[in-house]
Design a protein. Sequence first.
Length: 166
Amino acid sequence: MKRERERRGQIDIDKKDLPLGNLTSQFFANVYLNELDYFVKHNLKAKYYIRYVDDFVILHSSKEQLKVWKKEINRFLNKELKLELHQDKSKIIPLSRGIDFVGFRNFYYFKLLKKRNIKNMENKIKLFNNGRLNHEKILESFQGWQAYAKWANTHKLKEKLFKRII
């Protein structure tokens, strides 16, 4: 039963389901992790720290400094918040390779959409062009996608995809 709930993106708290994508989940994550924000900014004095719900990025020119901070953050999370960094997702990588954060591939001077997101929109356009999606639905999907895509360097991509709809 618990596994079934986890697959649906829910956790069981006192026999009540709490959807993980729910706004209350985001709110409580922000409240709970406020202590992490304070620790990183005031104790570690990290200048470039960005957090969105439970994802965060710290930028620094020294790989060694980032390794030290990673250990200190993991220690803090374990001791103070009874949490730990995700082993597979907690990486130290050069910004030149791009950082996956809040749905974008972020580089120093620009950001790109993830390929999966572009592919999803292309698949919807194919469905529309094959008559399996009506005009209202494709425009609704495309408008939502454009609202998201506008935050990345996607001007030519948006034009190209729009032309495939008309």
